[in-house]
Design a protein around this ligand. Structure first.
Ligand code: PLP
Length: 347
């Protein structure tokens, strides 16, 4: 049997925890305006959500400077990651990913006969773009770039990634998963949507699950060239599987950039606190560009997780090249304090 994916491990965790720091969720959202829009939408939820999907796509198109035909929406980015796996690794083609990186798309690809080519990260835990490019061959169906990368929370240099997209998209499909891009200081400047506008045949995936706090509401989208969007439609309904409540909430949330800035501020406060706890206990960490932090453990990862869960603190453990690591999602300050108290007992 194959290893459980990041998502499957999170799904198996207990629901009631003092600190839920295991699935890179964002407890600071959704915003009050989004919640109100959702409550208001309930009254009209006997109607099909036709107009709402078009409205959201039109708002995204306007903000990003793309056409509506460049966008497909779905209930989270997961179904679009899966659709991409089916589109581009069918018949034994391979997907090239970093190692470790977000494992959902390549695991799904393997379940349907695709191949998974893993390329180790650089010594500073970033995706090794040169090594990934060097792996592209006649059997490559796609390259999957998770930026910022999960679970390391590192980013690659924007100019370097743009040049990579320019070159590699001429040989194979390039899929950029930007689930955590909203946590960067300049998301639009760091996004590869610019490369789509420049004509590259690449795919950018986005989600409302992270900075918008919509993980349970389920909303994500892909931006790509119109012909690529058409390929996705073999496996995706373009919004007809999203509830009117979620769509109405997302339309409200998308306009509230001030609330997002506030969320980012709270996330960074909790993150700074976590850094200080780790330093005080004599631990290092990988500086994070997202809402989670990886740090090397000084004990067995499974034992560490078990001890933390016993104290009602949910975290994730990883083993990379024989070294045990912990990934902590950034939560509310009370959750970070619960982590700190449990960590002091164990470490
Ligand atoms: N991509 C990355 C890198 C993720 O970490 C996650 C979830 O943790 C997803 C995609 C899936 O998110 P969703 O289906 O909620 O949009």
């Amino acid at each position: 049997p194959r290893a459980l994916t990041d998502r499957e491990v999170a799904a198996a965790a207990p629901l009631e925890l003092k600190a839920r720091l295991l699935a890179n969720e964002n407890p600071f959202g959704p915003s009050p305006a989004a919640k109100k829009a959702i409550a208001d939408a309930l009254d009209k939820s006997y109607q099909y959500p036709f107009a709402l999907g078009s409205q959201l796509k039109s708002n995204i198109a306007k903000y990003e400077g793309v056409a509506i035909k460049n966008i497909i929406i779905d209930s989270g980015s997961t179904p679009l990651l899966h659709a991409a796996a089916l589109c581009f690794t069918k018949g034994g083609k391979s997907v090239i990913t970093g190692d470790p990186s977000y494992d959902d798309l390549p695991t799904y690809a393997e379940e349907f006969d695709g191949k998974w080519v893993k390329v180790p990260l650089t010594s500073d835990y970033k995706l090794d773009l040169d090594a990934m490019e060097a792996k592209v061959d006649a059997n490559t169906g796609m390259v999957y770039i998770c930026n910022p990368n999960n679970p390391t929370a590192t980013v690659v240099d924007t100019a370097k990634l743009k040049a990579f997209c320019d070159r590699v998209s001429k040989k194979t499909m390039v899929f950029i998963d930007e689930a955590y891009i909203d946590y960067l200081p300049d998301p639009q400047g760091s996004s590869m949507i610019s490369q789509i506008k420049a004509g590259n045949n690449i795919i950018v995936a986005r989600t409302f699950s992270k900075l918008y706090g919509f993980a349970g509401l389920r909303l994500g989208y892909v931006i790509a060239q119109p012909d690529t969007i058409k390929l996705f439609k073999q496996y995706a309904t373009d919004g007809f599987n999203i509830s009117s409540t979620t769509l109405a909430g997302a339309i409200a949330a998308y306009q509230e950039k001030d609330f997002l800035a506030e969320t980012l501020k709270k996330t960074n406060e909790s993150k700074e606190y976590l850094y200080s706890v780790l330093k005080k206990e004599g631990y290092t960490y990988i500086p994070s560009s997202a809402n989670f932090v990886m740090f090397p453990l000084k004990m067995d990862g499974k034992k560490f997780s078990t001890e933390m869960f016993k104290r009602s603190v949910g975290i994730r453990d990883w083993k990379i090249n024989g070294q045990d690591w912990c990934r902590i999602s950034i939560g509310r300050m009370d959750e970070m304090e619960a982590f700190a108290a449990a960590f002091k007992e164990i470490s």
